[in-house]
Design a protein. Sequence first.
Length: 226
Amino acid sequence: MRILLIEDDALLADGLARALRHSGYVVDLADNGKLADAMLAENTYELAILDLGLPGLDGGEVLRRLRSRRQPTPVLVLSARLAVEERVRVLDLGADDYVVKPVRLDELEARVRALIRRGQGGAVPDVMLGRLRLDTVGKRAWLDDTALDLNAREWAALAFLTSRVNRIVSKEQLMQALYDWQDEISANAIEKLVSRLRSKLEVAGITIRTVRGLGYYLEKPDDAEA
């Protein structure tokens, strides 16, 4: 899950980004409104967390431009502005939620999860695929009753492939879904990640196929529900 965090307070942005990455999200950062507007126009995000008092371009204008492009990206406004009139204005511009700083981290993450689920059309918390079960809220996976030992990137890759069963996913799509802009990665890193996942899933008959020159796909098991 890819999130754009738009916040000009470097200390706050770093703390929030660390917490969200620890929870398994890929987080890109923008510290001014113009950069945020460009990143939103050029990329697809499951959520944007938006401060209002930004240099270069006000957060409200970033939101207005996003909605004028008819982009459905859920937007969580995180602002120190307390006035009810300001909340109403921003919600009318197209924000999906408004949280006043400071906010408890567990509450913020709960709102993030809720908005991402809503943006996915109310995604089912548990996904079953043959003997594989994914808890999309808790970010855990099991083969039968045995928990899979997955690091954050392995979990994210598995969830991404599972959401696209029998559909080819390119290495570039996996890179974008799993890594931040700041990360320097290679196609070889993706190959190693997929190889580790294969070794953990093959015992249950869950297969990740390679399509030479195109990418990968997770094959629906014969005993999975149609």
